[in-house]
Design a protein around this ligand. Structure first.
Ligand code: ATP
Length: 236
């Protein structure tokens, strides 16, 4: 079955000393699927993204990319195979022009075309500007653009809408939907804005204290009694 999934995590566990941050979590992403990953603070969402990307060592379980076991591979190897993540502006060099940053990222990946990524994310008109002179919303899109160089098959996003206005969030959400549809990119999205997550996602995984609490379509998750009780409250 796993060959059908762009990305699959099987029984993933991650520990920080005595704290079990992910406890046997399984999840899969189909090609072109956007999956929201939600849960209360400390549920283990960022840890899960770190473990999938290879940034955090796992205690147990395995990670599979297009059916291949990549558990033993590091961040760079996973990125070259098509598993990418954004880094919330930490990858942006403030004084460097957008076009140059994109070319730099592309120089590390065979056959990468930075211009098509800039066009897809509407950044082409900003190619000559330096990063700290563009708006915050454009900076966030630059961060995602850097992660998309080389057309990865999977994109992991940890709170890409944080700090954005409603309008900017909507714009970014539209870009993500287009990426999934036009490029077939699979997206795992950690996001606290429930309106965005439920609006954009094909499926949703809910974590609580490191464990899988629920998963399904947005409607299924919204209706799930445990989710309502633990996280969304009666307003959901
Ligand atoms: N570097 C670390 N060292 C020790 N414990 C950590 C570390 N990072 C996270 N934790 C703990 O692991 C658990 C999961 O944290 P994690 O940041 O993955 O949760 P999260 O769901 O992303 O939370 P948030 O929504 O607040 O970002 C928490 O109990 C947290 O305190």
């Amino acid at each position: 079955m796993s060959a059908n999934y762009a990305l699959e995590a099987r029984d993933l566990s991650v520990r920080y000393g005595g704290v079990t941050a992910n406890d046997g979590v399984s999840m899969h992403l189909a090609q072109g699927e956007i999956r929201g990953l939600i849960g209360p603070n400390g549920a283990g969402k960022s840890t899960f993204i770190d473990a999938l990307s290879g940034r955090r060592a796992i205690a147990a379980g395995s990670v599979h990319l297009a059916g291949s076991d990549i558990t033993a591979l590091g961040v760079v190897e996973r990125r070259l195979l098509g598993l990418s993540r954004s880094f919330q502006r930490t990858s942006i060099f403030p004084g460097m022009r957008i076009g140059v940053q994109m070319e730099l990222a592309a120089s590390k990946i065979p056959d990468a075309d930075p211009d098509e990524v800039m066009r897809e994310l509407g950044l082409d008109r900003l190619a000559g500007r330096v990063a700290d002179e563009i708006s915050y919303g454009d900076q966030r899109r630059l961060d995602i653009a850097l992660a998309l160089v080389g057309r990865p098959s999977v994109l992991l996003l940890d709170e890409p809408m944080a700090g954005l206005s409603v309008e900017e969030s909507m714009k970014l959400a539209r870009h993500l939907r287009n990426l999934a549809r036009n490029w077939g990119v699979s997206v795992l999205l950690v996001e606290h804005d429930m309106e965005v997550v439920f609006g954009i996602s094909d499926s949703i995984t809910v974590l609580e204290t490191g464990k899988l609490l629920a998963e399904g379509t947005p409607d299924e998750v919204r209706a799930h009694p445990k989710v309502r009780e633990a996280y969304l409250g009666s307003a959901a």
